[in-house]
Write a protein that binds this ligand. Structure first.
Ligand SMILES: [Fe+2]
Length: 199
């Protein structure tokens, strides 16, 4: 796996106000996401040293580190681009059609995603994932790496770690989930990710 770098935010830190406050965005991106980048790179360095030494005594620990920090880095990299100022609304085009085929209606999909995300046990993510056939599914991921499905690509990821929302929303996770889906989600980015997955 390649060394990771923190991707720049695609907008100013205060661009998502009032639904996502500048202080949380600043800390979430500059401290939390950066920590996953650092954690992944540290694990990759240790794996390189282990290969050079032929000493894999710590392999179980290092494999977990790659899954946790690598998962955190990759999901956050999608998360930032999944939002935009003036987002929300409903998708159009092929994404709307795919949602209709997989869930029956946008309303049914939205209700399922909100329920799954609100019900994440502890820290995790609500995720819309696609497989290459164009089929869609809602996943409920714990931490950054548990309950993912092999072959299914996250195209919309909603962070419900407390670090994602606690400064503004405190214990009101459902308000954060509603704000993300009603005012922040960038459906054009989600549509592009679906198009890149289908083949
Ligand atoms: Fe996060």
């Amino acid at each position: 796996m390649r060394k990771a770098e923190l991707p720049p935010l695609p907008y100013a830190v205060d661009a998502l106000e009032p639904f996502y406050d500048a202080r949380t965005v600043e800390l979430h991106h500059g401290k939390h996401h950066q920590a996953y980048v650092n954690g992944l790179n540290a694990a990759l360095d240790k794996l390189e040293a282990a290969r050079a030494a032929g000493d894999f005594a710590a392999i179980k620990h290092l494999a977990r580190e790659v899954a946790f920090h690598g998962g955190g880095h990759l999901l956050h990299s999608i998360f930032w681009t999944n939002m935009k100022p003036g987002g929300g609304g409903t998708p159009t085009g092929e994404l709307a059609a795919a949602i209709g085929r997989s869930f029956g209606s946008f309303a049914a999909f939205s209700a399922q995603l909100r329920a799954a995300t609100n019900a994440v046990e502890g820290s995790g993510w609500g995720i819309l994932a696609a497989e290459p056939s164009g089929e869609l599914a809602v996943l409920q991921v714990e931490k950054h790496q548990n309950q993912l499905l092999p072959g299914w690509v996250p195209i919309l990821v909603l962070d419900v770690w407390e670090h994602a929302y606690y400064l503004k929303y405190q214990n009101r996770r459902a308000e954060w989930v509603d704000a993300f889906l009603d005012h922040l989600v960038n459906w054009e980015d989600v549509a592009q990710r679906l198009a890149a997955t289908v083949r």
